[in-house]
Design a binder for this molecule. Structure first.
Ligand SMILES: [Ca+2]
Ligand SMILES: [Ca+2]
Length: 100
């Protein structure tokens, strides 16, 4: 009987951790996809220009360049004027998690 007591929580834990791994993988894929959409010239980094351009396309007359510039700044954690995939993912995934 002792064995069951040990196994049951382990089984639950295993189940929960696979679920987390799956959704983390999904979120990661979403972030990757979004990044490649934003990376217009496909060089692996996002510039302010690229963010502004895609916002302009997506938001049309609601486009606010100040907002987009602020967005760019929030992505560019090390302030080198480029957003790497890692920087983008960090902010994007945090945003998705907050939304849930
Ligand atoms: Ca680029
Ligand atoms: Ca950067």
């Amino acid at each position: 009987m002792k064995l069951i007591k040990v196994i049951a929580p382990l089984a639950i834990f295993a189940c929960v951790s696979t679920m987390n791994a799956q959704s983390a993988e999904k979120l990661n894929k979403r972030a990757e996809k979004r990044f490649s959409e934003l990376d217009l010239n496909g060089n692996g980094v996002l510039t302010k220009k690229e963010i502004l351009k895609s916002d302009k396309l997506a938001q049309k007359d609601k486009f606010d360049s100040k907002k987009s510039k602020r967005k760019f700044k929030s992505f560019d954690k090390d302030e080198n004027k480029k957003v790497s995939k890692q920087e983008f993912k960090k902010v994007f995934l945090a945003y998705l998690k907050k939304k849930k």
